[in-house]
Design a protein around this ligand. Structure first.
Ligand code: FES
Length: 141
């Protein structure tokens, strides 16, 4: 029995395969239209005296925590945006020298204020507030 005979025997046709494949497609097209949002109710604190957070001691450094990218700009300000690209949810990186957040998946870029700079993303990033008290950096909605 070859593959076609086997599938015919169990009642699966080419149309069935197309339907199964389209179930997977629908989520992809939703996110491609910009439905990916950042986390809500964000409120966490990073202790900058810990080595695990040392990336934030250098201008241009960044780390990801709780679905948020926290970065220290080349000017020394702390900024925070959602970690997921608004195109298809790929994790963003921060490029301090270019003053942008960048997605390696399809090349979208966002300003440090979270505004779309380069498509295919068409929705801005969710931006979070930051407050530094001593060595405690609070990130919140
Ligand atoms: S996932 Fe497509 S540009 Fe980010």
């Amino acid at each position: 029995m070859d593959r076609k005979e086997f599938l015919s025997t169990i009642g699966i046709t080419a149309a069935s395969f197309a339907l199964i494949n389209c179930i997977g497609c629908s989520k992809k097209s939703d996110s491609a239209s910009g439905s990916v949002t950042g986390p809500t109710g964000v409120d966490f604190t990073l202790d900058l005296s810990l080595s695990s957070n040392s990336a934030l001691l250098s201008n241009g450094g960044y780390l990801a925590s709780n679905g948020v990218i926290v970065a220290k700009t080349t000017a020394g300000a702390y900024i925070a945006v959602q970690q997921s690209c608004t195109h298809e949810s790929y994790p963003l990186i921060y490029q301090g020298s270019s003053q942008q957040f960048y997605c390696n998946n399809h090349g979208s870029a966002f300003t440090e204020a979270g505004v779309v700079k380069n498509s295919p993303a068409n929705r801005n990033l969710t931006v979070y507030k930051t407050t530094l008290t001593g060595t405690s950096l609070r990130v919140f909605s």
